[in-house]
Design a protein around this ligand. Structure first.
Ligand code: FMN
Length: 178
């Protein structure tokens, strides 16, 4: 699939087939996504790849009961090792770069998964402390996103509308439109 098609065809999928995704495929996705940029190339992203059904159910509960998540055979939990970025860039590194780095990696995962014929949903609404406990994540590492991964079982996928880019873009100065 062309990159442009992966970008345009990706949708958040919230129901998955009961079909396993091998570790090798997850590895392939991550091995491509690792080419994502990061501030000072610090690569503060870490991942917990969750296959275990019981843990996936617990993660869905920790995501304020988004139980559809458990239908996905894999959850990729993107974690932010904040200290690595803060050590170089201070407050801006802690509160901005470290999060941006992980978000870019996450976006690459979504697109690479689509490229390989898999589907995803980015889940941001969850109780961080609960996720920490379920996955044994240390206190200095922040779980930032859970990406559900698998093969779509959705019959009718609603295409979410996007705002016209012209209404969101200025030229040369804030507020200036041609
Ligand atoms: C930061 C972030 C947090 C999100 N959190 C959730 C979530 O907790 N649950 C969910 O079902 N979708 C979540 N989504 C998916 C969005 O709802 C979805 O991307 C948006 O509605 C556009 O739909 P599309 O991805 O199908 O284009 C999140 C997306 C982002 C980027």
């Amino acid at each position: 699939m062309e990159l442009v098609d992966a970008i345009k065809e990706r949708r958040s999928i919230r129901r998955y087939q009961n079909k396993k995704v091998p570790l090798e495929v997850v590895g392939e996705i991550l091995a491509i996504a690792k080419h994502a940029p990061s501030s000072g190339n610090v690569q503060n992203w870490r991942f917990v790849v969750v296959f275990d059904k019981e843990k996936r159910e617990k993660l869905a509960e920790a995501a304020f009961g988004q139980m559809w998540m458990a239908t996905a055979p894999v959850h990729i939990v993107i974690c932010n090792k904040i200290g690595d970025v803060e050590a170089i860039y201070g407050e801006r590194g802690r509160n901005l770069y470290s999060i941006q780095n992980c978000a870019i990696f996450g976006a690459y995962i979504l697109l690479m998964a689509k490229e390989l014929g898999l589907d995803t949903c980015w889940v941001g609404a969850f109780d961080e402390e609960e996720v920490r406990i379920i996955l044994n994540i240390p206190d200095d590492v922040r779980p930032e996103a859970i990406i559900t991964l698998g093969y779509s079982a959705e019959r009718k996928i609603t295409k979410m509308k996007r705002r016209e880019i012209e209404t969101l873009t200025y030229i040369d100065s804030w507020g200036n439109r041609p």
